[in-house]
Design a protein around this ligand. Structure first.
Ligand code: NAP
Length: 365
């Protein structure tokens, strides 16, 4: 009996060790994968995941959420955040204008700050936060950038952010704001700085102005997807590649249109419905059909194919938006594999047959 007990114990001990060994190797492979899936942001020292998550819809009551933000949406956004972090997506993009703007209401920044705080109570995971300065015409000079940044930090509950971006160029005031970005780096309030919606000339000017202070312009965040390739046509992508500036691709799934969930019979509601009409969705069908076929050959979804297509362009960091865990979970599957060069070219030429999207969001120069 004693022998029986002890042999059972030995077997169970061996099983435990085997399980532990399996656990160790599984966790090692996850952390290796996470390490490999990081990239340097432009010429800065900041390392971020090769895919980010956009938090525009969090707290929103105008563009995305049919004028309601409620507890259900809050829980879903939190689940999207957690699933992303679990999958190694740890770069989050927000802005001071995202979310409900009325006083005391929910903002995307405050939600993101809350999710990070809750997560870091039991997890030492590093999260990289990017937020943006709204280039309102009444904001003048470098001081306005520091002032807005400090308000963002207060909403986020952080002492610094990883990336601070000018959300759009102003008609006037750009030089002062660029000086403000440099001041934010020098004061240790941000690790890296970038711009958004900048055309080639303004991008080069911003790059040169910061370079004089020894500060790299890390990124330019622009609208870029298979069906919105203006950055390829207006010199922005080429300038980013030449200067070592990461192109952060916003609306990478064309606000959901490239996922295949919207059809001429089931167009999106709300403001998106005005841009992506049934007529527009009809002419998108051949492209969507081919995206699906290619995806099936790899066991991937449309979403994963279109994000992979962007990554295949090189020097591009897509930041898809997710409202819930199910959507966010799909994004990690865009990494760790590659479309062939022929597939990348075929999808571009099919996309060129679709007429260009007009309407929001617009690309500025
Ligand atoms: N700098 C700028 O000016 C600027 C402008 C726009 C966006 N951005 C940034 O870029 C981020 C992403 O852009 P975006 O939100 O405009 O467009 P997007 O990422 O192309 O599309 C996001 C939308 O697609 C749908 N979706 C997401 N995952 C899905 C999935 N797996 N399956 C099916 N549908 C899915 C969701 O909407 P539904 O479920 O309602 O369809 C989601 O809100 C924003 O959050 C923001 O951080 C920046």
């Amino acid at each position: 009996m004693a022998l029986l007990v002890s042999s059972t114990s030995v077997v169970s001990l061996l099983q435990q060790r085997k399980t532990q060994m399996r656990r160790v190797s599984a966790s090692e492979s996850v952390s290796t994968l996470k390490g490999e899936e990081k990239m340097k942001l432009g010429g800065s020292d900041l390392m971020v995941s090769k895919l980010g998550l956009g938090a525009w819809s969090w707290g929103d009551t105008s563009y995305w959420s049919d004028s309601q933000w409620d507890d259900k949406k809050l829980k879903e956004a939190k689940a999207a955040f957690d699933v992303s972090v679990d999958g190694g997506i740890t770069f989050f993009d927000t802005a001071e204008v995202y979310g409900t703007s009325s006083p005391g209401s929910v903002t995307s920044e405050s939600l993101l700050g809350r999710f990070i705080k809750e997560r870091q109570q039991n997890d030492s995971v590093e999260i990289a936060v990017a937020t943006k300065f709204s280039a309102f015409p009444w904001r003048f000079g470098r001081g306005s950038v520091l002032c807005a940044l400090k308000n963002s930090l207060s909403r986020l509950g952080l002492s610094s952010v990883d990336l601070y971006q000018l959300h759009w160029p102003g008609i006037l005031g750009n030089e002062g704001w660029i000086d403000g970005l440099g001041d934010a780096v020098e004061q240790g309030l941000v690790k890296a700085v970038g711009v958004s919606n900048y055309g080639e000339k303004r991008l080069r000017d911003a790059y040169n102005q910061l370079k004089k202070r020894g500060i790299p312009l890390a990124s330019n965040q622009v609208n870029y997807s298979l069906i919105y390739r203006v950055a390829e046509e207006n010199g922005v992508k080429a300038a980013c590649d030449e200067l070592g500036i990461t192109l952060i691709a916003y609306s990478p799934m064309a606000q959901g249109m490239l996922t295949g969930k919207y059809t001429p019979e089931n167009p999106p509601s709300g403001p998106r419905g005005k841009v992506y009409t049934p007529e527009y969705l009809t002419q998108l069908q051949p492209l969507l059909k081919r995206i699906k076929e290619i995806g099936q050959s790899y066991g991937k979804t449309n979403t994963q194919v279109v994000l992979n297509w962007l990554i295949s362009q090189g020097n591009v960091l897509p930041i898809p938006g997710a409202k819930n865990a199910e959507q966010a979970k799909e994004f990690t599957g865009a990494l760790g594999w590659n479309l062939t060069g022929d597939e990348v070219a075929e999808l571009r030429s099919l996309a060129m047959e679709a007429k260009p999207v007009v309407g929001f969001p617009v690309q500025m120069s």
